[in-house]
Design a binder for this molecule. Structure first.
Ligand code: ZN
Length: 251
């Protein structure tokens, strides 16, 4: 099975369209969505409509913004820009899209043989995996060999390798236009494909991945898109301009 993996789209329809254009001649059987369809960006309805159109080809978990932007949760931990964006999103989401988002399951969720997805960490959907320590807790929480996660918006891989009874976690940041990662059968992995709609690794290009579980091979891509159009959409919606500006820097 080949999985198209997308995460943290954040209402950025311009970035999502560029990804869909880039992937149009590649084969995939199923989409794994790791949460945060909305929040920050000016095209939340279009993003949710694409996800909904996938029907049974979609395996998805909710993100923290999907909760807050649909009124399922308070914006307690959000800064004022994120809170403003959440209020705007709640007011502007169509009823069907809102209901669909509210019904998204909480991760971790099994997505295939030895494969799972979550938003933040398998431990807690709101936890961030930045360090080897964070990853160790994540590995302990689930039995799956490969877990895809989002939330940090930083493409990265945490590899758990056991040698002579000792477990070692390697951290790898995944940068570049195209990267191929062959997963070793004796290792376990926590992998973040990066963010489609709001990258935060100083590379403004949209990030996504394809995983072929038959050969345990992961392809990571970065796709340029019309950042100016996405920025204009944010400003014209009356959202905080800082949310538009950060897209230009990938921060
Ligand atoms: Zn996010």
């Amino acid at each position: 099975m080949r999985f198209l993996i997308v995460s943290d789209i954040h209402g950025n329809i311009d970035a999502l369209e560029a990804v869909l254009h880039h992937v149009r001649r590649k084969r995939w059987d199923r989409v794994l969505f790791l949460g945060d369809a909305v929040g920050y960006g000016g095209g939340p309805n279009q993003v949710v409509e694409w996800l909904r159109s996938l029907g049974s080809a979609l395996v998805a978990v909710r993100g923290n913004h999907d909760r807050v932007c649909t009124g399922l949760d308070e914006a307690t931990y959000f800064n004022r820009y994120a809170r403003q964006a959440a209020e705007w999103t709640l007011q502007n989401l169509g009823r069907k899209n809102l209901e669909w988002l509210r019904a998204l399951p909480k991760g971790p969720l099994a997505a295939g043989d030895g494969l799972a997805i979550c938003h933040g960490s398998p431990v807690d959907e709101d936890a961030y995996i930045f360090s080897g320590y964070d990853a160790a807790q994540g590995f302990r929480a689930v039995p799956h060999r490969v877990v895809f996660f989002g939330h940090t918006h930083v493409p990265s891989a945490f590899v758990l390798r056991s040698t002579n009874g000792k477990a070692l976690i390697q951290v790898r940041l995944l940068s570049g236009k195209r990267l191929v990662l062959d997963l070793e059968p004796e290792c376990r992995y926590l992998i973040n494909p990066g963010s489609v709609g709001q990258p935060r690794d100083r590379d403004p290009r949209a990030a996504y991945a394809i995983y072929d579980d038959r050969v345990s091979r992961l392809y990571l891509y970065r796709v340029p898109y019309r950042v100016q159009t996405a920025r204009r959409r944010i400003v014209q919606a009356g959202l905080p301009p800082v949310l538009a500006d950060r897209l230009a820097f990938g921060a």
